[in-house]
Ligand binder design. Structure first.
Ligand SMILES: Nc1nc2c(ncn2[C@@H]2O[C@H](COP(=O)(O)OP(=O)(O)OP(=O)(O)O)[C@@H](O)[C@H]2O)c(=O)[nH]1
Ligand SMILES: [Mg+2]
Length: 320
C-alpha cells in the first residue's frame, strides 16, 4: 500500500473506533450532563431550551460563531416542525451539526488529492507543547505501516531535548532522522532532510519545528525561512504545512489557529489530546470556522493514537 492508499483509507477499524469513542468520553460526559439539565422538566424545545442549549454549546468550547449557526438551524427547524419533543433534541442536534460541517469548505481526508509528489514534504508547526513531535512520530508510524519510506527532520534546534525526542521517535518507529547539533540553523536541517530524502528516494519527509523562540515574530520569521528553503530542493515543497493544536486548550486553540493561519500558509490541521479533555467541542468549532481541513486527531500518547479525522464519524461518536 502506498502513500495514496493510506490517505484513501476510510474504514474505521473497530480498535480505532473504540479509541475515538473512548477519547471523546469526557467531552460527551460534560456535554450531555449539561443538555440533560437544560431540558429537565421540559417537554418541547422552546425559547428557553434553545437559550440553555446555546449556553451548553458555548461552554463546551464549540465557540460562539459556530454555536450561533447551530442554534439558528435548530430554530428554523422548530419553526418548521412546530413542536419538537425534547427527547428528539439530541438526534436533531447531531443532524444539524453534521449538516453544518458537511456544508463547509473542506473535504474529509478520503477526497484529498495528493498528486504524485515524491518526496511528499510535510512541515509541522504549532506552539510549544501542543504535540508536534508526538504527532510526527505517530504519523511516521502510520505512513511506514502503509509501506512508505519516511524520513524525519529535526528542525527544532532550539531546545536540546527536542532533537533527542525526535530521534527517539525515529528509533521507535524505525525511520531515519536527520539532525544537527542543538542551536544549528533549522532551515539548514530542513534543507539536508529534503535533499537526502531525494537522494534516498524516500516517499515522505516530515519536518519538526520549534514551538517557541525568543518571541513570536522570530518564530514566524523562522518558519518562513524554513519553508522557503524547501522549495529550493523540491519545487512546490512543503506540500503540507500541518498546524498542530492542543484541543484541551479549548478557545486558545482557535486563537492559535487564527494567528498561525495569518502568518503561514497552513493547509492542514491536527487536533491533539482529545482524550482526557472535556473540550472536544472545539473540533466542531474549528472545522466549521476555518477553511482548512482538520486532517488528524490525537486520541492518546501511544504510537497508534493518531486518526484521520472524519466529520461524520466524529459527530456520530460524540452522540453515541
Ligand atoms: N493524552 C495525549 N497526550 C498527547 C497527545 N499528543 C501529544 N501528547 C503529549 O503532549 C506532550 C507534548 O508533546 P510534544 O509532542 O512534545 O509537543 P511539541 O509540540 O513537540 O512541544 P515542543 O517541542 O515543546 O514545541 C507530551 O507529553 C505528549 O505525550 C495526545 O493526543 N493525547
Ligand atoms: Mg517538539
Amino acid at each position: 500500500m502506498g502513500l495514496f492508499d493510506f490517505f484513501k483509507k476510510k474504514e474505521q477499524t473497530p480498535e480505532a473506533q473504540e479509541a475515538l469513542d473512548k477519547g471523546l468520553e469526557k467531552t460527551k460526559e460534560g456535554f450531555f450532563t449539561k443538555i440533560t439539565k437544560a431540558v429537565v422538566g421540559k417537554s418541547t424545545v422552546d425559547e428557553e431550551v434553545l437559550d440553555d442549549l446555546e449556553e451548553v454549546l458555548v461552554t463546551s468550547d464549540v465557540g460562539v460563531t459556530t454555536t450561533l449557526k447551530i442554534i439558528e438551524r435548530i430554530e428554523d427547524r422548530v419553526a418548521r416542525d412546530k413542536y419538537i419533543n425534547t427527547s428528539e433534541l439530541n438526534g436533531i442536534l447531531r443532524e444539524e451539526i453534521q449538516e453544518l460541517l458537511a456544508e463547509n469548505n473542506s473535504n474529509d481526508f478520503e477526497n484529498f488529492e495528493y498528486g504524485n509528489h515524491k518526496p511528499y514534504v510535510i512541515m509541522v508547526v504549532g506552539v510549544n507543547g501542543v504535540g508536534k513531535t508526538t504527532t510526527i512520530g505517530k504519523l511516521a508510524h502510520k505512513l511506514k505501516q502503509a509501506g512508505n519510506k519516511v524520513v524525519l527532520g529535526a528542525a527544532d534546534t532550539f531546545r536540546a531535548a527536542a532533537v533527542d525526542q525526535i530521534k527517539l521517535w525515529g528509533e521507535r518507529v524505525g525511520v531515519r532522522v536527520v539532525a544537527q547539533a542543538m542551536g544549528s540553523d533549522p532551515a539548514s536541517v530542513a534543507f539536508d532532510t529534503i535533499q537526502s530524502a531525494v537522494a534516498n528516494q524516500e516517499d515522505v519527509a516530515i519536518i519538526d519545528t520549534a514551538g517557541r523562540l525568543h518571541n513570536k515574530l522570530a518564530l514566524m520569521n523562522e518558519l518562513t525561512k524554513i519553508k522557503n528553503v524547501m522549495k529550493k530542493v523540491v519545487p512546490g515543497a512543503p506540500h503540507e504545512i500541518l498546524l498542530v493544536l492542543d484541543a484541551s486548550t479549548g478557545q486558545n486553540a482557535i486563537e492559535q489557529c487564527k494567528q498561525f493561519t495569518q502568518a503561514t500558509d497552513v493547509n492542514a490541521l491536527a487536533l491533539t489530546k482529545l482524550d482526557g479533555t472535556a473540550k472536544g467541542g472545539v473540533v466542531i468549532g474549528i472545522s466549521d470556522q476555518f477553511k482548512i481541513p482538520v486532517k488528524y486527531i490525537g486520541v492518546g500518547e501511544g504510537i497508534n493514537d493518531l486518526q484521520l479525522f472524519n466529520k461524520k464519524e466524529f459527530v456520530d461518536s460524540l452522540f453515541k
